[in-house]
Design a protein around this ligand. Structure first.
Ligand SMILES: [Mn+2]
Length: 232
């Protein structure tokens, strides 16, 4: 069966693994995480290491992983000096990531072996911006944030990376007829307090970002039966 969740943002990983197990998830199932495992909470890099070892899970690129990739120059040699000597464009790129609470991830990476960091960067470079999945005759498009500049007749290859990872839909946004778009990035409480901690479902899309970035617990959606899992 296929499971989906998003925006773990360094949520305590052991708690997440217990939650995943409680849904019945096993080695015969597949998990998509729709981006943003890193930043904000301290366990982000642990998710990246875990993903490297998981044959039945795939991370889609989130805006936070995209910011980390844009800062890969940092990890050539990451010391206080190398950070202090940043200038120009690199400094701006790094500042944007730190302003989006990337500091916790930089700290976690700075204690790691170069090889391990390189494996993580290669994994992120290969992480897709979207996936299409068919389950029980239903078609799904998975992305981090929905689709910015959406047009029904536009090919997915015509969207930019930013269109996939930095989009903010509103409750009236409509995507495809017949393909349910599933994404995170926008904590569902942004659509109103009645959605706090729960998925938001419309005719054409589902937002599964229950708000771990805000200190709430993540949720998991199983596509085979559309069952939503929440923590006890
Ligand atoms: Mn995001």
């Amino acid at each position: 069966m296929i499971y989906v969740c998003s925006d773990l943002h360094g949520y305590p990983i052991e708690k997440f693994k217990d939650f995943l197990k409680s849904t019945g998830f096993s080695k015969d199932d597949f998990l998509y995480i729709l981006g943003d495992v890193i930043d904000r909470g301290p366990d982000g890099v642990k998710y990246l290491k875990w993903l490297l070892s998981m044959p039945n899970a795939q991370l889609l690129l989130g805006n936070h992983e995209a910011m980390m990739l844009a800062c890969r120059f940092l990890f050539e040699e990451i010391t206080e000096d190398s950070i202090n000597s940043l200038t120009g464009t690199k400094l701006n790129t790094y500042s944007v990531w730190v302003a989006n609470s990337g500091g916790v991830t930089v700290n976690a990476l700075s204690g790691m072996r170069d090889k391990e960091i390189q494996y993580i960067l290669e994994y992120l470079e290969d992480a897709p911006l979207f996936e299409t999945v068919s389950v029980n005759g239903r078609d799904f498009l998975l992305t981090h944030s929905g689709l910015k500049n959406f047009r029904e007749d536009k090919k997915l290859s015509e969207y930019t990376a930013d269109d996939f990872v930095w989009n903010r839909p509103d409750i009236n946004t409509r995507y495809f007829d017949g393909i349910t778009c599933i994404f995170g990035h926008t904590p569902t409480v942004f659509f109103g307090d009645e959605h706090r901690g729960k998925a938001v479902k419309t005719d054409t899309w589902i937002d599964v970002d229950a708000g771990a970035a805000l200190g709430l617990d993540p949720m998991i959606l199983r596509l085979d039966d559309m069952k939503e899992f929440y923590m006890e």
